[in-house]
Design a protein around this ligand. Structure first.
Ligand code: CA2
Length: 137
């Protein structure tokens, strides 16, 4: 089974700032833990701060992977393009947010991803990615 985690803008800063919202661990360390915990899965990871690169990656994997775990970060709330890409591909997408976006500012409570996601997980910290993998299993 092939699953990719796609993270959007600023998630490369995880563990460096705002630990009260996003935790103290950087994503590369967490990703290594996921690889160890799910050895049976071919798990890959892509992060970009650039909207078009995220769309290109969705097109690249969206017809030959079994699952996509997408945290589009701030683009969640702004990007019609990423929303359209999620709609246009075949591979199911599980949307993940580390924080509880519904307990935060009003602008974070709309997602262009959710209408076409298989499911949405938010507010469980990094554990949300683990839960998303389990949902595919
Ligand atoms: O809770 C999430 O996972 C978010 O997708 C994170 C985004 C935010 O814009 C969404 O509303 C919710 C922000 C990611 C920024 O991450 C940082 C991590 C450390 C330091 C600064 C930013």
């Amino acid at each position: 089974m092939k699953i990719i985690i796609i993270n959007g803008p600023n998630l490369n800063l995880l563990g460096k700032r705002e630990p009260e919202i996003y935790g103290a661990k950087n994503f590369e360390d967490y990703f290594r833990e996921l690889q160890l915990n799910f050895k049976e899965i071919e798990l890959s990871y892509f992060q970009s701060n650039i909207e078009g690169e995220i769309i290109d990656k969705l097109h690249e994997v969206g017809f030959n992977y079994d699952g996509i775990i997408l945290n589009a970060a701030a683009y969640t709330h702004t990007s019609v393009g990423i929303g359209d890409a999620v709609k246009g591909i075949e591979t199911p997408v599980v949307e993940v947010h580390i924080s509880n976006i519904h307990a935060r500012e009003a602008f974070r409570q709309h997602s262009y991803i959710s209408p076409n996601a298989k499911g949405v997980l938010f507010g469980f910290g990094l554990k949300g990615y683990d839960l998303a993998i389990q949902s595919f299993l």
